[in-house]
Design a protein around this ligand. Structure first.
Ligand code: C2E
Ligand code: MG
Ligand code: MG
Length: 591
């Protein structure tokens, strides 16, 4: 600062054409530096914020050269003499000190960041700015350090945030807060899949209670309910109100799922005593869903949803349900379907539905396809698309297949008896590839024909392309044996497999059933139409009849008939019917 006027004088002397001044004496230099020092101190003291000049000391570590009163007061020291190492000032020990050392060692012109004094309780927060200063005779690397106190701002933000994460009625964390806690658990360095669980509890009948006692008493009930829940938890468990009458608990598990179930049971136990609301005594129970944190959840929200999903299932039983991921549930369902299917077959609980096969040119019913139906006592109707694959995998298809052949033949024979003569009808039964490979299908059919007295041509066996591809020679033998009984053979779902045309020519097939995926889309789709045409002309060339599956409208029936298709099957013509209804339907149509 003094250099300014001095240089000014020198310039004016030079302009005057005089000799330049001799260099100042060491004494003058010392005086000059002292005055510079004093002026610098004045400037720093005049600043309304904490400020200090820091430099790299001889030991290579940051030290303070000069600092102002605000800085000293923040540092909690009466004085910070020049040369005080940054490490001797508590404020500069933590993050701010590290940033200072890094900055002094670098080349950046300036930097700004949020820092704090490192005190956990009552700590202060700052906006810290470091600006590089030109080197001077004392230090090569220097910077100005300023700190703006932002503590009150940070506290306000924190308070606002914790308000946002808190439920005002119960004082518990709310759904956002809960999700944050779950996220924290997921981010724990020692997190292992299954080391935490979420419980979601839904108060039963809360809305009814609320309606009866009014909102204020309802609120009181929620608060008491929350207190009871809290009393059943362990110190580290997190309880949250995640919705109106829904509460969430985050639990750390030591022994696995059993810990969570234990807590759930304790919760149930503390709810067993009725709640007292003014003069009323109310019993409140809850449904509890539990989900383990596996770490594969993208978000805490997903883990909570899983637990809610289990809780919804628990509502039906007012009990405790554990969420199972889809695959696990599907596998369990398959397993239990297998067990129950075995029992259902033994107990003769399966039935056959009969879907008419209609001769398209005349509208006459030529026969029925027998389709297995399973009406489970608890689960309701289970589709063949679900239980047939299970039957195939488990080998139960052999028993199921034999039953289907016997049962279809018996029904057809009973129709004959009811009407009093052999009806001009045949019944088609589906065969699985496994039966072709492993069972004596022709033997089973022969026995059924013998038992019922039916002519062989009253039964048609439908097999899929997969049965042929797996073992063409074996399939040929079975088909020939069936032909020897005068039974008919249809190729089901034709077009979806990869039967070689050579086999098709060699096998004694009477009817090609064109898969419904081609038929249903035929009207709007040129490719489907072309495929159907191709199959029709192939069947024609090989001397086979054809059936269009999936006739879902009159237009489709008309189109299939126009294209030369023999038979049609589909919901538009008739859905699969109960055996008695099927006969009534046939009688009404052939009158
Ligand atoms: P599939 O042999 O191709 O039987 C025709 C399926 O199409 C039946 O389904 C029938 O209800 C359905 N269907 C009929 N008309 C229409 C229609 O217009 N539109 C649509 N979208 N679908 C129609 P279902 O009864 O669910 O049977 C499915 C499959 O399960 C059968 O296909 C067959 O492969 C198998 N299946 C059924 N019963 C048995 C059985 O006793 N043994 C064996 N091995 N398989 C069976
Ligand atoms: Mg079929
Ligand atoms: Mg089919």
């Amino acid at each position: 600062m003094l250099a300014g006027p001095a240089r000014g004088r020198r310039e004016s002397l030079e302009e005057a054409g005089r000799e330049p001044l001799p260099p100042p004496s060491p004494f003058a230099l010392n005086q000059l530096e002292q005055r510079v020092e004093a002026a610098r101190q004045d400037y720093l003291d005049a600043l309304p914020i904490a400020a200090a000049v820091a430099y790299v000391g001889e030991d290579g570590r940051p030290a303070i050269d000069v600092s102002n009163a605000n800085f000293k007061s923040l540092a909690g020291l009466p004085d910070v003499p020049s040369g005080t190492g940054a490490r001797a000032i508590p404020l500069l020990v933590g993050r701010i000190g590290r940033a200072l050392a890094e900055f002094l060692g670098g080349i950046e012109g300036s930097t700004e960041f949020a820092g704090d004094d490192g005190n956990v309780v009552g700590g202060r927060f700052f906006t810290v700015r470091l600006s590089r200063l030109k080197p001077n005779s004392a230090a090569e690397r220097r910077c100005l350090l300023t700190l703006i106190d932002t503590t009150s701002q940070v506290e306000t933000e924190k308070n606002l945030r914790s308000e946002m994460l808190r439920d005002s009625l119960t004082g518990l964390v709310n759904r956002h807060g809960f999700n944050e806690r779950v996220e924290e658990a997921l981010e724990q360095p020692d997190f292992l899949p299954g080391s935490y669980a979420i419980l979601v509890l839904d108060m039963t009948r809360f809305s009814r209670v609320n309606e009866c006692v009014g909102a204020i008493a309802g609120d009181e009930l929620l608060i008491t309910f929350a207190r009871r829940l809290f009393s059943a938890l362990r110190a580290d468990d997190v309880l949250a109100r995640t919705g109106g009458d829904e509460f969430g608990v985050l639990l750390r598990l030591d022994k696995g799922i059993e810990d969570a179930l234990e807590v759930a049971r304790r919760i149930k136990a503390v709810l067993s005593t009725p709640f007292r609301l003014s003069e009323l005594e109310i019993r409140v129970d809850c449904a509890i869903g539990c989900a383990l944190l596996t770490g594969s959840e993208q978000l805490a929200e997903e883990a909570l949803r899983n637990a809610q999903f289990a809780m919804k299932r628990a509502k039906a039983s007012a009990g405790i349900q554990v969420y199972e991921p889809l695959e696990a549930r599907a596998a369990r369902r398959r397993f239990s379907i297998e067990t129950e299917l075995r029992r259902a077959i033994e107990a003769d609980e399966l039935t056959l539905a009969y879907q008419p096969l209609v001769h398209l040119p005349t509208g006459r019913i030529a026969g029925f396809e027998a389709l297995a139906r399973w009406n489970h006592r608890e689960r309701g109707a289970i589709a063949p698309a679900e239980f047939i694959p299970v039957a195939e995998e488990s080998g139960l298809i052999l028993a199921l297949g034999r039953w289907a052949i016997d049962s279809a033949a018996a029904t057809l024979a009973s129709w004959d008896r009811k009407i009093g003569e052999p009806l001009p009808l045949s019944v088609s039964v589906n065969l699985s590839a496994i039966q072709i490979a492993r069972d004596d299908v022709a033997g089973v059919v022969a026995a059924a024909l013998r038992r019922t007295g039916l002519a062989g041509n009253r039964l048609t066996l439908e097999l899929t392309e997969s049965a042929i591809i797996q073992d063409p020679a074996g399939a040929l033998k079975v088909l020939e044996a069936l032909k020897a009984l005068d039974s008919k053979v249809a190729m089901d779902d034709f077009g979806t497999g990869y039967t070689s045309l050579a086999y098709l020519q060699r096998l004694p097939i009477d009817n090609l059933k064109i898969d419904r995926s081609f038929v249903t889309g035929m009207l709007g789709d040129k490719d489907s139409t072309a495929i159907v045409r191709a199959v029709l002309s192939l069947a024609d060339a090989l001397g086979m009849e054809t059936t269009a599956e999936g006739i879902e409208s009159q237009e489709l029936a008309d189109a299939a008939a126009r294209m030369g298709c023999c038979y049609g099957q589909g919901y538009h013509l008739s859905p699969p019917l109960h055996a008695d209804d099927a006969l009534t339907y046939w009688v009404s149509r052939s009158a």
